[in-house]
Design a protein around this ligand. Structure first.
Ligand code: ACO
Length: 370
């Protein structure tokens, strides 16, 4: 038998695929298709960065307009999916609702081409995230307003309030930060499912399942709960010290790749400050976050990750906490679709091995004799 290679726990440091989509580096850099996250954050739109991630190049004006129009056209969700959502108990976690709804979409949209499936799932996610929450709260379904930009519309459906230009710009920045992050747990999950030649809905349903966990996308919701529990900057240091002493995790901190800085977190931090100042809300929230950040660095030398500053930013925009992780998912689905396609270019089914540590050679004892 051939010698088996033992991969480290969590596949740390093991490359399992080639990718041209995105690259995060320990030095605190992130690129999407060669462009820095900072440039895309400052200058791009959600639709443009989505196009870049899917097709590997920045679109011309004509290509962008056509692409944005397509996303608008596909953004309506079939109403039988909402029937499925209505049947889910109201206490359910919004990621469970969304995962069920996306799986339901897969069962309904089978008749369209695989290319259309990929664009529809991206276009329908914001509508689904907002309406899963609205139905859960007994509110009417909100239909997308074609006169609004994707981010303004999304925010409007989430909060029931038409955002001003800065609010929708800020929200769109967060969607850009969340679009893609090379081979994280959910992207890897999507690639494993793609490698079996299952459809894109199945792969994204699995991606949603992986993203839900608090060690991955679920961290933004958990970080918000933590900030609410701490309450003010003067209590942050003691809270962090006590939590670490109990050997518990501080949500929104630490990263497999970034060891000193997550560039997305620092961009989100700057944005939070700008938003609070623009809205005249004072800087208490910002100071609280910074106090937590300083304390975690002091005691554990861990940097904040994107989820830490995303949480107060979403809260400042009036977005319900239950939708924080679904919003992350609605953006990350773009990266998942790109990974799905990339996996199929040179596919081989993922089938690792395991070192068997169980017993061998046991003699079967019939039920009556045990
Ligand atoms: N709070 C406290 N301790 C932590 C944290 C944290 N947030 N993160 C890592 N550590 C500890 C680990 O327990 C480990 O301690 P040890 O050496 O005493 O055993 C040490 O720091 C080093 O951990 P890593 O090997 O760097 O972490 P790993 O790669 O295994 O896990 C992860 C990365 C899951 C992100 C981890 O940092 C974590 O659980 N963070 C909190 C959850 C979170 O914010 N997730 C979002 C990640 S970003 C994203 O998905 C968008």
């Amino acid at each position: 038998m051939a010698e088996m290679l033992r991969a480290p726990k969590g596949l740390d440091g093991v490359a399992v695929a080639d990718t041209g989509i995105a690259k995060s580096d320990a030095d605190g850099t992130l690129i999407y298709r060669g462009y820095t996250i900072r440039d895309l954050f400052e200058m791009s739109t959600f639709e443009e960065s989505t196009y870049l991630i899917l097709y590997g190049k920045l679109p011309s004006r004509g290509e962008l307009e056509e692409f944005a129009a397509k996303l608008r056209r596909y953004s309506l969700v079939p109403h039988n999916v909402y029937e499925l959502v209505r049947a889910i108990p109201h206490e359910a976690h919004q990621m469970d609702v969304l995962r069920t709804a996306v799986s339901g979409l897969g069962a309904t949209e089978g008749g369209i081409s695989s290319e259309e499936q990929k664009l529809s799932i991206i276009a329908q996610m914001p509508t689904l995230v907002a309406n899963c929450y609205r139905l859960n709260r007994g509110m009417e379904i909100a239909e997308p307003d074609p006169s609004l930009s994707l981010s303004a519309n999304y925010l409007y459906m989430l909060t029931g309030r038409r955002p001003d230009a800065f609010e929708s710009w800020a929200f769109e920045r967060m969607l850009i930060l969340y679009l893609e992050h090379d081979l994280n747990a959910s992207a890897f999950t999507v690639r494993v499912v793609a490698s079996t030649l299952a459809d894109v809905y199945s792969a994204c349903t699995a991606g949603l399942a992986a993203l839900k966990g608090p060690l991955h996308g679920g961290a933004n919701e958990a970080a918000m709960q933590m900030l609410l529990a701490i309450g003010s900057a003067d209590r942050a240091r003691a809270y962090v010290q006590e939590t670490l002493a109990r050997r518990e995790k501080i949500m929104g901190f630490g990263h497999r790749v970034y060891k000193t800085v997550d560039p997305r977190s620092q961009l989100a931090k700057r944005l939070l400050r700008e938003l609070l100042e623009k809205e005249g809300k004072g800087l208490d929230t910002y100071r609280l976050c910074e106090a937590v950040e300083n304390a975690v660095w002091e005691f554990k030398k861990l940097p904040s990750n994107v989820d830490f500053y995303a949480a107060p930013l979403f809260a400042t925009l009036g977005i319900p906490i239950q939708t924080f992780t679904p919003i992350f998912a609605s953006s990350r689905v773009v990266g998942w679709v790109a990974h799905y396609d990339e996996q199929l270019v040179d596919n081989r089914i993922y089938r690792p091995d395991a070192i068997y540590k169980g017993e061998k050679g046991l003699k079967y004892v019939p039920l009556d004799e045990r």
